[in-house]
Design a protein around this ligand. Structure first.
Ligand code: DGJ
Length: 740
């Protein structure tokens, strides 16, 4: 099995033929990080890799510089992966190897989401105990290597075996010391309606920080980063990707020191996290996933996609095709009643939609977004027969019924807040900052989680609900837990996330047939932690097709297509007022958990016919798109960004769908081709174009092209139609490839 321990060299080698990680006990007794990279041969001594250019520690002259769990204030002046304050105020830790265990499989992390195995043979887990003899603190580094993925999962448990309390001030889930600084860093940056845009920049001496301090993983930054060589492309070169399986505040940073070595860290954000460990108590960090690729960013993303889709997501919906849904939000906002909703559901059903989702506004007196959050009781003015009556009418149409909730919030104008003002987070004696006229409930309190479970259990149990959209629309301020003593206030934000995970776990367990979709003002909590409970997430409130190209491209760096909620909406687009063709809107949204977010009752016969044809097309290709490999071809973040292309291909390379998009029409464009990937070079493919040039959604005449040619010479945009026939701005064309 792929964890090898060599007692004579005191070295561990984790290998699976896709990557290797080598650790060793150093002469000082501390745990050294020797190697992370392409696979190395087993049964060899790699201790000579325990070196670095640094020989400057006053008391550790000549020691290597790469540590698995660096600590502060003992000569390593870079930032630590574990820091504590002892009862005497000092923070020195001398962590030395104690013992280790190697076991098949992968243990769960109590209270935290994590990747898993279905069969113990899928992974091996190494746990190494490091002990600080003076304080009695023990840190256990836990590394899992997967048999089928070029990925390592890592978490750390800190236990206080001493006799006085210890305060953890930093605990990183991943910490990598890399010998050279010749890298570029890729992060995902954004804003509301502009999530996860790709930012790629060279590392320079000093520190580059990506973080959230908003109480959630955030719209602005993502708990993901990648190091790539300047020459790395989608299909060539080295890439190291890191993703945190966590939904709250995080820190990711890359520090380049005077020797151009890099320390890369990812974990809980030390600026908003502290944890007091009483004697005998333990604390476990969230899990970080490290992926290594020698063949480009595409392979790195594919490893994340497959691991997250099959061994992080779980439950009945993990492997199932996602229903084509219609959500009423942009179609009606708060202006609906039962008859209007049933009319929408009926038209949508006739066009092929499989699930109707009732968004915000069904509870309390929620006529606008300034009230009633927390009062999870149906508004009978709008829905006189309750959720039960509406859901029965919708499901009797032969489609599923889904509902929106925002459990973690409370409006100041709500019965819940009037009854329990102390449940909202705030500092006594100070005003609470409101945002979207709402406050955040203290999810760290058991009674709050219990109340929400009971309230939501009543709603979801009262009707045939098969889908839930779980929203979260504000960031955290005045962080203070009334139930916590002063010295534990630093635990508040992490306790919130633990409470959130507990509520999710209980509801997912109680309603295993429900498909959960997470949401936070769009994609403000699109992270690997959420995927363990909700296998899909609302990618962005921005449904404009051109904006979505960038958002979905960036999201795909770490997340699978099946996890990205993607809807066709009306024009002018509600976020950017752009007019894009209906066919283009669908051609972008097809590459996700596909649906519509408009009022189909207001559509004319032509548009309805187009939508019916779109849904029929999607159902034919859904398996290939949501269950196949997603490969990026032409980036909207490179060159002039005018063209974007991507594709999905089945594992057996028998079917593929290529999406090609053009933002602005340009005169005299010249021949355009894009090299496809993932095909079988020896296979000939029948190529069909969708939609045809007249935009009437009729399939064009079929062409035949070889896989070798499509991957080397490329697929030509004017195959099947003259390129000049693609007129106007915001155009899309899809190619279906079928092996002959
Ligand atoms: C924010 C979400 O992102 C939207 O899709 C919608 O559900 C609104 N909240 C409802 O308030």
């Amino acid at each position: 099995m792929p964890v090898e321990w060599q007692p004579q060299s005191q070295q561990w080698h984790l290998y699976n033929g896709r990557l290797s990680v080598v650790l060793a006990v150093l002469e000082s007794g501390s745990l050294g990080q020797l190697y992370l990279g392409p696979p190395l041969e087993p049964d060899r001594d790699y201790r000579h890799l325990a070196r670095g250019p640094f020989a400057g520690y006053a008391n550790r002259v000549g020691e290597p510089i790469r540590f698995e769990l660096p600590t502060p204030d003992s000569g390593d002046y870079r930032l630590p992966a574990l820091a504590v304050r002892h009862a005497d105020g000092s923070q020195v830790l001398d962590l030395r190897y104690g013992t280790h265990r190697i076991a098949t499989g992968k243990p769960p992390l109590a209270g935290l989401p994590s990747t898993y195995t279905e069969d113990a043979a899928e992974a091996d887990t190494l746990e190494i105990d490091l002990v600080d003899a003076v304080s009695g603190l023990m840190a256990t580094v836990r590394l899992t290597i997967f048999r089928d993925h070029a990925a390592i999962a890592r978490s750390v448990t800190v236990r206080n075996d001493g006799s006085t309390p210890v305060r953890i001030t930093t605990l990183m889930s991943a910490s990598l010391d890399i010998l050279d600084g010749g890298w570029e860093l890729i992060s995902l940056h954004g804003a509301w309606s502009r999530e996860r845009h790709v930012v790629r920049a060279p590392l320079i001496p000093g520190r580059r920080v990506i973080e959230s301090l908003r109480g959630s993983s955030s719209l602005e930054q993502s708990p993901f980063l990648a190091l790539v060589r300047p020459s790395t492309t989608e299909d060539a070169g080295e890439a190291i990707g890191l993703s945190l399986v966590y939904s709250g505040d995080f820190l990711a940073d890359a520090q380049v020191d005077q020797f151009s070595t890099v320390r890369l860290r990812l974990g809980l954000n030390p600026d908003s996290f502290q944890w007091v460990l009483e004697p005998g108590a333990a604390f476990t960090s969230p899990e970080a996933i490290t992926v290594h690729s020698t063949v480009g960013l595409g392979a790195m993303s594919e490893t994340f996609h497959r691991l997250f889709r099959t061994r992080l997501a779980r439950g009945e919906w993990r492997d199932r095709s996602r229903p084509v849904l219609i959500n009423n939000w942009e179609g009606t906002y708060f202006d609906f009643d039962e008859e209007r909703l049933v009319a929408i559901a009926t038209v949508a059903r006739d066009l092929g939609v499989e699930l109707f989702v009732l968004d915000d506004g069904w509870f309390g007196r929620r006529d606008s977004d300034d009230r009633s959050l927390g009062d999870w009781v149906v508004d009978t003015r709008k829905l006189p027969n309750g959720i039960t009556g509406l859901a029965q009418r919708v499901t009797s149409l032969g489609i599923g019924f889904g509902i929106w909730i925002e459990p973690e919030m409370v409006s100041a104008d709500s019965d819940l807040f009037r009854g329990h003002p102390d449940w909202a987070i705030g500092v006594p004696g100070r005003p609470r900052t409101e945002s979207r006229q709402q406050l955040v409930l203290d999810m760290g309190r058991a009674e709050v989680v219990d109340y929400l479970y009971a309230a939501l259990e009543a709603v979801l149990g009262s009707a045939p609900v098969s889908y839930v959209k779980w929203d979260m629309n504000r960031t955290m301020t005045e962080t203070y837990g009334l139930a916590l003593p002063p010295e534990r206030q630093g635990e508040m934000r992490h306790r919130y996330i633990l409470g959130l995970y507990e509520l999710y776990s209980r509801l997912v367990e109680r309603f295993p047939h429900i498909l959960f979709e997470s949401c936070s003002s769009g994609g403000g909590r699109f992270d690997a932690g959420m995927l363990a409970y909700a296998p899909q997430a609302w990618t962005s409130d921005d449904t404009d097709a051109m904006e979505r190209l960038r958002i979905q491209w960036g999201t795909s760096l770490a997340f699978p297509v099946s996890s990205m909620g993607a809807h066709v909406s009306a024009v002018p687009n509600h976020q950017v007022a752009r007019m894009t063709p209906l066919a283009t809107r669908a051609a972008v949204a097809f590459f996700g958990a596909f649906g519509y977010e408009l009022d189909p009752v207001a559509m004319g016969p032509d548009e309805r016919a187009q939508v019916a044809a779109q849904i029929a097309w999607f159902k034919t290709h859904r398996e290939t798109i949501q269950g196949g490999r997603f490969l990026r071809l032409q980036s909207p973040f490179e060159g002039d960004g005018n063209d974007t292309a991507w594709m999905c291909v089945t594992d057996d390379a028998r079917h593929a769908v290529v999406g090609w998009y053009r933002e602005l029409s340009r005169p005299v464009p010249g021949p355009r081709s894009v090299r496809l990937r993932g095909l079988d070079p020896a296979t000939r493919y029948r190529v069909r174009v969708w939609p045809d040039v007249d935009d009437t959604l009729v399939r064009r005449n079929a062409l035949v092209r070889g896989g070798d040619e499509l991957m080397s010479a490329g697929l030509f945009l004017d195959d099947g139609a003259r390129e000049s026939a693609i007129r106007g701005d915001f155009q899309a064309r899809l190619f279906e490839l079928e092996a002959i």
